[in-house]
Design a protein around this ligand. Structure first.
Ligand SMILES: [Zn+2]
Length: 475
């Protein structure tokens, strides 16, 4: 099969391995397509053919065998440069998208953790005779031919990250490699491949992400509960206080237990209710203890019984294939007792609310502390191996280093604006917010003011600003 690695710079699924593809374009409606079926099927084939041509250089068109290779390459460049539309590219040589070459291979709907959700059509196609697939770097870092079984092995060793449909497709291709004619029907056999809800989200082996609805801060609507391990499992942040959501999570955990696994312990990243809401229920139901940092335990003492304190640098080893070594890292900033969990074998980090895949992290003093927050980001950046991030909100992030650096840069820029505002004479927090957050909607000024105070406290500690009865002044 031909697959690609997405650029680590992409906001959505950056650093992931995937297949070429993209979004429907207005112009796809006018593209000539033969043998496709109903209007949706026709439209989506036009989109798939256009995207595949642009990203991988393969043109699924009737009559394309008449066109010389150089001319096909020139067409691709014209499409990329937007000099010609896909319709023009086809019509100038009397070509039509070959709908029958693009075989239905399922439709997957992005689970609710994602800031952007897609209803994605997948197609199976054989490389047309005489054509070659290649990737030109930009949105894609690389593209190559690989045996599906080898791709599964790479994933199993924790070397790459993939979204659930990609993993499902590759596993199915690997299992059916001897029977090409059965591949398409095998691909659509799973309910998830027919727009069913995607329950088993395993971006890396043994790291299951289960989003549950919580009373969290918009734009997020869900918190990710993580279930990690093989034969032995731990559960991190059973977050939802809502009964129906708890039931969904219970069912999923039951499925894992039915596979012969056992739950050892529940961990909390921090005390916020959108992370701890389902803890008591799950702990009782499974009869397993709860572990958290002592500062988190203090904050939840009236609602959750924490049986054991997790110390900074504690190692949690989980048996199974390939085995997991999770290092608990005390990473304050969002809250004082915040823990991240660093998987030492693969360099994956479960980041709790230190880094999120949707929205921004709130630093609200006195619990929140900007200086500690910067230190915690720096600590993650200094880890020996960095691959992907698994935040408590939003999808997994395939490019850990880039994302962490982006966070540091973003906060530093904001701090510079705040310092500049103080130097220019803004003294009170709300005045400073108005000057430093011109890019943010005024409805967000309340939260922005909390972050601004956190930045000012940091600047004060560093001796760059001082505070007197009339407000803040630059030193
Ligand atoms: Zn939080």
């Amino acid at each position: 099969m031909f697959w690609v690695k997405r650029s680590t710079k992409l906001a959505f699924m950056g650093g992931f391995h995937a297949f070429p593809g993209g979004q429907l374009d207005k112009e796809d409606t006018n593209v000539p397509v033969a043998h496709a079926g109903d209007s949706d099927a026709t439209l989506m084939r036009a989109c798939a053919a256009r995207e595949f041509f642009e990203e991988a250089g393969v043109l699924f068109a009737l009559g394309v065998e008449r066109v010389e290779r150089e001319r096909i390459i020139a067409k691709r460049h014209a499409l990329e440069a937007k000099e010609k539309s896909f319709k023009q590219i086809l019509e100038e040589d009397d070509l039509q998208v070959d709908g029958s070459a693009l075989i239905d291979a399922g439709r997957w709907v992005t689970p609710p953790f994602a800031p952007r959700r897609f209803d994605t059509w997948f197609f199976l196609a054989w490389l047309p005779k005489g054509q070659e697939a290649s990737v030109e770097t930009g949105e894609l870092e690389s593209g190559e031919w690989i045996r599906p079984a080898d791709a599964v092995a790479l994933w199993q060793r924790g070397e790459i990250i993939m979204a659930p449909p990609t993993l499902h497709i590759i596993r199915t291709l690997a299992a059916n490699s001897a029977r090409g004619d059965q591949m398409a029907s095998a691909l659509v056999a799973a309910p998830e491949a027919r727009r069913g809800s995607v329950r088993r989200i395993e971006f890396r082996p043994g790291i299951f992400l289960f989003p549950v609805k919580t009373p969290t801060l918009p734009p997020a609507t869900h918190t990710n509960c993580y279930i990690v391990g093989g034969k032995e499992l731990i559960i991190i942040d059973p977050a939802s206080p809502y009964e129906d959501e708890q039931r969904e999570l219970d069912q999923f955990i039951d499925e894992l237990i039915a596979e012969g696994r056992r739950v050892r312990e529940i961990f909390l990243t921090h005390h916020h209710p959108d992370h701890t809401g389902g803890t008591v229920h799950l702990s009782k139901r499974l009869g397993v203890p709860v572990a958290a940092h002592r500062l988190t335990a203090q904050r939840v003492q009236h609602s959750v019984e924490v049986s054991r304190f997790v110390e900074d640098d504690e190692l949690i080893e989980l048996e199974g294939n390939p085995g997991w070594r999770l290092r608990a890292l005390l990473t304050p900033g969002h809250t004082r007792g915040h823990l991240c969990f660093y998987e030492e074998n693969t360099g994956a980090i479960l980041t709790g609310d230190l880094v999120v895949g949707i929205g921004t992290v709130v630093i609200d003093p006195p619990e929140g502390n900007m200086r500690q927050y910067f230190d915690s980001l720096a600590r993650l950046l200094s880890l020996p191996k960095l691959s992907s991030l698994f935040p408590a909100h939003g999808p997994a992030i395939g490019s850990a280093r880039e994302k962490l650096e982006e966070y540091v840069t973003h906060r530093t820029l904001r701090e510079n604006k705040i310092f500049a505002a103080v130097k220019a004479g803004a003294a009170l927090p709300h005045e400073i917010v108005e000057a430093a957050y011109t890019d943010v909607h005024p409805s967000m000024y309340g939260l922005a003011e909390r972050s601004t105070i956190a930045h000012l406290e940091k600047l004060e500690e560093e001796g760059r600003v001082r505070r007197d009865s009339s407000g803040y002044r630059a030193n």
